[in-house]
Ligand binder design. Structure first.
Ligand code: A3P
Length: 290
């Protein structure tokens, strides 16, 4: 039987247990000139934007994007699982400029990223679809505590008693930060609605100039279907003792509005109430359907 570690804590942020034990190495990490940070609350389209960014930096060259799994091309800063190289070990072996993935809140991200003026791409997704996606992810990702029933998980999610804490604190913290730093704040729902338009924004943000033909290719290669079938992006390279895809696939549905298949009317009302309360006083807003 797999023993799921309890959540750890970093400066008040709940985090995957072994990630917290490795925190000293994350604190010591040095960002480099030109490093690009991809930050998200979990299940908001991290893998999708990572593949898009890598393909843009490779000028749309599909073969180059096949050089490694997505977690090797875009290493996960705070990742730590016993017997596997940690995120910082993988990153320290690569020369900057690198593309770095993190789920850290704006308050817990090491200062080195600000000191080096790294570009940041943040992707946010509506709370209802994130909750559903995170529930299924917690069922299959064995480094997380057992999510229990959907209702139990939803309560924990709203209370911020899940890895990386409260969704609302995360999305709001980074929304505020976008005014002070070189940052692109994207929405999963916008990416679904018009991937070409959103990828174009990323190209511009990264200072690249790619032809329409290349843009078209990147769109195709980063479609849900292509990424679900691609062993470099669908996480099938991760052993089933860490992610058991027979329980739920990593590339699950890739849509907006799957929450309708999970939330009861009363759960939806509870989340609406939470959303209204948490989002009052900010001009940040989400679409729950596209
Ligand atoms: P679902 O569980 O709702 O299907 P992350 O990479 O941050 O862990 O996010 C995973 C979520 O993004 C999953 O959502 C996954 O299916 C979705 N996803 C991954 N690649 C996608 C793509 N190319 N297009 C749309 N959704 C994608």
């Amino acid at each position: 039987m797999v023993v799921r570690p309890p959540l750890g804590d970093v400066s008040g942020l709940p985090i995957v247990g072994p990630f917290a034990e490795n925190w000293a190495n994350v604190q010591k990490f040095q960002a480099g000139e030109g490093d690009v940070l991809i930050d998200t609350y979990p299940k908001s389209g991290t893998t999708w934007i990572s593949e898009i960014v890598d393909l843009i930096l490779q000028n749309g060259d599909k073969k180059k994007a096949q050089r490694g799994a997505i977690f090797e091309r875009v290493p996960f800063l705070e990742f730590a699982v016993p017997k596997i190289p940690t995120g910082t070990e993988v990153l320290n072996a690569i020369e900057p400029p690198r593309v770095i993935k993190s789920h850290l809140s704006v308050q817990t991200l090491p200062n080195t990223f600000w000191e080096k003026n790294c570009k940041v791409i943040y992707v946010a997704r509506n709370a209802k679809d994130v909750a559903v996606s995170y529930y299924h992810f917690n069922r299959m990702a064995l480094g997380h505590p057992d999510p229990g029933t959907w209702d139990e998980f939803l309560n924990n999610f709203m209370e911020g008693n899940v890895a990386f804490g409260r969704w609302s604190t995360h999305v709001k913290g980074w929304w505020k930060m976008r005014q002070q730093t070189d940052m692109l704040y994207l929405f999963y729902e916008d990416m679904l609605e018009d991937p070409k338009r959103e990828i174009q924004k990323v190209i511009k943000f990264l200072g690249k100039d790619l032809s329409d033909d290349v843009l078209e290719k990147i769109c195709l290669q980063t479609s849900f279907k292509a990424m679900k079938e691609n062993p470099k992006t669908n996480y099938t390279a991760i052993p089933s003792t860490i992610m058991d895809q027979s329980v739920s696939p990593f590339m699950r549905k890739g849509i907006c509005g799957d929450w309708k298949n999970h939330f009861t009317v009363s759960q939806s009302e509870r989340l609406d109430e939470y959303y209204q309360k948490e989002m009052s006083g900010t001009d940040l807003s989400f679409r729950f359907l596209v």
